[in-house]
Design a protein around this ligand. Sequence first.
Ligand SMILES: [Fe+2]
Length: 168
Amino acid sequence: MAVHICEHYGLLEESERTRIELAALYHDMYREVSIRKLLLHTQEISIPLTPEEQQWPSLLHAPVAAHHAGFHACLSDSAIVTAIRWHTLASPDMGMMGAVLYCADYMELERTYMTHKKVKSLLDAKRLEHLVKRVLEDHFEHSEKKRRDVAETTFNTYRYIIQGGRFR
Ligand SMILES: [Fe+2]
C-alpha cells in the first residue's frame, strides 16, 4: 500500500521507493511482542514516549521498532526511523515517508473496516496532506464512537494540515 500511495501521488523516485518498502516491512516488527516485554524493554532502552503510549502499551511497538531500526544499516536513515516512529499516532514532524506509512497502515486491505472501494475513495484526495486529513477524520470519528480520546500528537497533525502544513 505504501508504494501504491507513492505511485499515486508521484512521490519519491522509483529507485528511492525501496526506502519506503523497507519502512513498511519493518514498522510492525515488534507488534507481536507481549505488552509485558514491551514495557520492560522501553524502560531498559529509555526512549521518549507520548502519554498515550504510556497509557496504551500496545502502541509501544512503534517507538521500539524505530529505536531498533536505527541499528540496522539498511534502516538507519532518519526518514525511515521517523516514519516507523509515528506510524501509529502520526506527528506533524513525521515527514513525507511518515505520512505515507501512516496512511498505508490505516488503508491495509487486511483491516476489517477497509475495502477496495474505500481505498479508491480515500485516494480521490488531491494530495498527500489531504489523504492524511481524511484518514485522521476517519480516526476521530472511530475514536468518538469508541469513546476514546485522540492522542495529542494525532490532533496536532490534523491542526498542522489545516494550517497548511506539508509533509516533505
Ligand atoms: Fe503498527
